[in-house]
Design a protein around this ligand. Structure first.
Ligand code: ADP
Ligand code: MG
Length: 743
């Protein structure tokens, strides 16, 4: 086998039917240094990109493709189009207008003219590119100061062997300063050779069902495609595999967690439930009632429930959750309800407390500021089982908080907790039912992808008829119209929010941030944003400064006959509280704020909101913000002021004018991004999804979700002949996460 190993990994013909298929398969999970030309230095550069194993390198997918077969002349190439131009370097210069900010300028000539190329923050180009070099560059063609130009184009050496080395399509892999895209391609190619002939772990019937190419052929196509059709086919296979693995992992993880543990089938029609029903000061809306039924059904089942309740702020989720609490009281067990902030936790006590009291359900609150003596008493009562429901913050997670019999866990604003925190609360019971609540609109497909066996309920409408909002997008020059509307509202005794631009760091979801992230990207047509994000020394300070200036200006000029107050991130909690109290009481009429206007702020008399530099916010964030007005009987008016002229930015903002549906907006935002970006590394599953786009790939996600269920129903441990190979893949692919989680 050892002699064959060398031939097989080098030659196509030998590889297919030899025992090396096993070696090739095993190579997936060997260190990346096994790949030819991966020196220790390169291995450490790869590690910075999260690439440690051969598998990681093979799934280091290209982020774009460039069609190098369509090379155009500078003279004839269309301004505004994405084009590829080949030419000779006439001059290359390093310019450094700012200390932390470099700029390389290249003049490239072809037979027909000169192209000026500007590259931000790539000083190493000075070492790699010399006068006289032949380059092919790909990007959006601009025209400025008398020249055709490209900013941060994709740059490829174009020496004589250029046409032989590459097919028509070139994959561009995420690269680093120490490993160029060209090198990355080479290394990926070597990894493919190493694994040539590896087994396809995907059960053959699933492959046939969706007509998917084999794994190795998909990997080879996605990295070295001949056509974009080939990429699409490869992607379909790899996306399916990615989701199927994640789903299986999540579902098996859940099974493991509750394996052999007693699951409580809750009583859902006991006396506490009836008492709660009778004491409710209003009737549930149809949506609330059906969400309640979903939750109670899941709690009554003899499987650990994993239910998510989605609904905007104010849609009445808390009340719905209280029915679950009543079921717990009727069962004679205990519930915990955790909120991300002290304010919210106290709010439960304030709002739900009396309702629970009336229904004879006992409860306590525990937060970080609970006095030691009181904390001691609460902990003791909870451990002794004389408290049905414990509300609280992260303080619930402390080791000495123990329950006698915890069977139901509610996690409010669940996205604000990490995986570990959620798990820690669940671990305080044997196999408790879980209810997650969130006001962040998560499309169904993303929820499925991230939470395996999750069931969902949505509440779309607020129980109390609020008047709603109209939203308008204005250019900076039209800002006066927004002020006019604000003044009209003030004249009628209403109040106004002005949300200030974020100076330092744009929201990760925003145009600017995405641009900054992909500074090599071809569509980076507005590089001033990239500049903004480089200069962020201290975001909060700068945000505060901008807000202070804005407030002073508005007080002096625009709203001089009203009181303007200011809220920003540098203020202490007490200061913020004071400002909010003044605004709530109507002592101030205009509130200038950075985004600290948080979930839960409720001033029904505020009817106008002006958001400056709106293109810097994510749509979901804008939607959350605008939800602060139009909460009373008067309709709200929201003005999004934007200085951007970029069609993409304006199109995004226009979506805010068109729809009030937070879920639709979230989907729209998501379609522009990848999930890892949104969820950060809070959701360990999310970072597994390298290719999946939850909006575009919705069908594949649903299919993989159903297939994963069916597979586990047939073979819970994935140990049968049919599934063993894939089961092994799932375990290997998630090995890293389990180590991180310490499990
Ligand atoms: P959420 O947790 O979704 O933000 P809450 O549960 O705090 O919403 O409810 C918001 C407000 O609406 C609360 O004051 C609550 O008492 C009230 N509410 C909830 N459901 C109804 C209903 N069906 N009819 C009238 N008011 C309701
Ligand atoms: Mg709530």
């Amino acid at each position: 086998m050892s002699t064959q190993a060398t031939t097989a990994s080098n030659g196509k013909a030998a590889g297919e039917r030899t025992p090396d298929r096993l070696a090739a398969t095993l190579a997936f999970d060997e260190p990346v240094s096994r790949v030819r030309l991966v020196s220790p230095m390169r291995a450490s550069a790869l590690a910075k990109l999260g690439v440690r194993t051969v598998r990681d390198l093979l799934t280091h997918f290209p982020r774009r493709y460039i069609d190098m077969s369509r090379i155009e002349d500078v003279a004839h190439a269309q301004i505004g189009e994405m084009v590829t131009i080949a030419g000779t370097v006439h001059e290359i210069k390093l310019k450094k207008p700012k200390p932390r900010f470099s700029l390389v300028e290249i003049a490239l000539t072809d037979r027909s003219g000169v192209l000026m190329i500007t590259c931000f923050r790539q000083p190493w180009l000075m070492d790699q590119v010399k006068k006289g070099d032949r380059l092919a560059v790909s990007g959006k063609l601009e025209f400025n100061y008398g020249f055709k130009r490209m900013t941060n184009p994709f740059i490829e050496e174009a020496d004589d062997s250029f046409d032989e080395r590459h097919g028509r399509i070139i994959a561009v892999h995420p690269a680093t300063e120490r490993i160029s895209t060209a090198w990355m391609r080479r290394l990926v190619g070597n990894a493919l050779s190493l694994c040539r002939g590896a087994f396809d772990p995907l059960p053959v019937d699933l492959r046939a069902k969706y007509r998917l190419p084999s794994r190795m052929s998909a990997l080879s196509s996605i990295h070295f495609p001949v056509s974009m059709d080939e990429v699409a086919m490869a992607r379909r296979r790899l996306v399916y595999e990615e989701v199927l693995m994640l789903e299986l992992h999540l579902m098996m993880d859940e099974t493991r967690r509750s394996a052999g543990k007693p699951v409580t089938a809750h009583a859902t029609d006991g006396s506490h439930m009836r008492a709660l029903e009778q004491n409710l000061p209003f009737t549930l809306t149809d949506e609330q009632a059906s969400a309640r039924d979903d939750i109670l059904r899941a709690m009554a089942a003899d499987q650990a429930a994993n239910h998510m309740l989605l609904g905007d702020v104010g849609t009445g989720k808390t009340v719905v959750a209280s029915f679950g609490l009543a079921a717990v009281a009727d069962t004679g067990t205990q519930a915990a309800m955790m909120a991300p902030t002290e304010v919210l936790a106290r709010q439960y006590a304030g709002k739900l407390g009396p309702l629970l009291d009336a229904a004879g359900i006992t409860w306590e609150v525990l937060t970080g500021s609970t006095a030691p003596a009181e904390r001691e008493a609460v902990i003791e009562r909870v451990a002794g089982g004389t408290v049905d429901v414990l509300f609280g913050t992260h303080a619930l997670l402390e080791d000495d908080v123990r329950f006698r019999n915890l069977t139901f866990v509610v996690i409010d604003e669940q996205q604000r907790f990490g995986v570990d925190q959620r798990a820690a609360l669940l671990a305080k019971g044997e196999a408790p039912d879980a209810l997650y609540m969130t006001a962040t609109p998560i499309p169904r497909t993303l929820a499925l992808a991230l939470y395996g066996s999750l069931t969902l309920s949505y509440i779309k409408n607020r129980p109390l008829n609020s008047a709603g909002n109209t939203t308008k997008v204005y250019a900076k020059s039209e800002r006066g119209r927004a002020y006019d509307a604000a003044l009209a509202a003030l004249a009628e005794g209403h109040q106004v929010y002005v949300v200030c631009p974020l100076v330092g760091k744009p929201h990760p979801n925003s145009e600017a941030e995405r641009k900054a992230k992909r500074e090599n990207d071809l569509e980076s047509d507005e590089y001033e944003y990239a500049v903004i994000s480089i200069e962020d020394e201290s975001d909060i300070e700068d945000d505060a400064k901008a807000a202070i200036q804005e407030a002073a200006f508005l007080q002096e000029k625009t709203f001089s006959s009203y009181r303007v107050d200011l809220l920003h991130g540098k203020m202490s909690g007490a200061e913020k509280q004071e400002v909010m109290d003044r605004f709530r009481a109507g002592i101030s009429q205009v509130l200038v704020a950075t985004t600290v206007i948080e979930v839960g702020v409720d001033v029904p008399n505020a009817t106008v909101m002006i958001i400056e530099d709106a293109e810097r916010f994510g749509l979901s964030q804008l939607h959350q913000l605008r939800g602060r007005v139009g909460r009373g009987t008067e309709p709200g008016e929201v003005f999004l002021v934007s200085g951007s002229k970029a069609p993409s930015a304006l199109e995004r903002l226009a979506a805010m004018e068109k729809t009030e549906d937070g879920f639709e907006l979230a989907s729209y935002d998501l379609s522009l991004r990848r999930e890892g970006d949104i969820l950060g590394n809070r959701q360990h599953g999310a970072s597994m999804l390298k290719l999946v786009n939850v909006v575009r790939d919705g069908k594949i996600i649903e299919a993989a979700h159903a297939d994963a269920r069916a597979m586990l129903a047939e073979d819970a441990a994935l140990e049968s002949d049919r599934y063993r190979a894939f089961g092994r893949e799932v375990r290997l692919a998630f090995r890293g996460f389990d180590e991180v989680k310490g499990g």
